[in-house]
Design a protein around this ligand. Sequence first.
Ligand code: ADP
Length: 274
Amino acid sequence: AALNTDVIPVPSRRSATPHTGEVVLQVNDERKSFGTTEVLKGVDLKVHKGEVVAVIGPSGSGKTTMIRTLNAMESIDSGQVLYRGQPVGYKTTSSGEYKTVSDKELARTRERIGMVFQQFNLFPHMTVLENITFAPKYQGKQTSDAMKKNALDQLRKVGMESHKDKYPHQLSGGQQQRVAIARALAVSPDVMLFDEPTSALDPELVDEVLQVMSELAAEGLTMVVVTHEMRFAREVADWVVFMDKGVVVEEGPATQVFDNPKHERTKRFLTRVM
Ligand code: ADP
């Protein structure tokens, strides 16, 4: 399918009462240091079913570190990350000990949380189609015909079906990222994490990826997106979280944070980037 990259549609599903309902991910007083530098200084966050949460803020404010803790790709020193009430990565045992969850528990949770990276991270030695069927094959829940059909459905969704037999190096960055999105979707995740998905792309390739993400948002996929694309955050996100220096300074509906920011730091940042 041809992608219309001229315009990012405003999802019509935007709720009158955003940031309510079923909580999919929750972060409580999360702290994390690298060496002696504390980069997350007590972060709280909630992600509700069906909403798009955009995380914005200056470079070095802890956005990438934070999103990577949501599926325990990054460890935390204290606090909690919960997926549907279950601890992700770390839990406090009945004896009060703070420790990692079992590999089995972690694997089960990660199956439900898809991730898209800045650098695409496709398997270079596999075709597009093989990249997409890799995780479903590993899970072993579907017949190989069903897996292939599902993979082609996902590729169609991101406008990449005709490239199914190519290898990643034969694709542009924007095309690779769309395949990476299809790959993450192939296991039907409950929530998708996007860590600066367009920041490694040449400017002319950014919109084709944002377009795909806008369509997923309009379909009601629950998404957390760390992004520098303020237009995307403003037009597509239901809820915007502004981080600076390891804390959430301000959060609210996109219209409120962008049109009427409460904090001086938010205002200063928006003035600089808009
Ligand atoms: P952002 O995504 O907002 O740009 P990051 O989460 O990438 O912020 O980084 C927050 C801070 O943590 C930065 O000062 C960065 O240099 C530091 N940092 C990130 N990852 C590491 C790491 N693996 N080791 C040491 N410091 C790190």
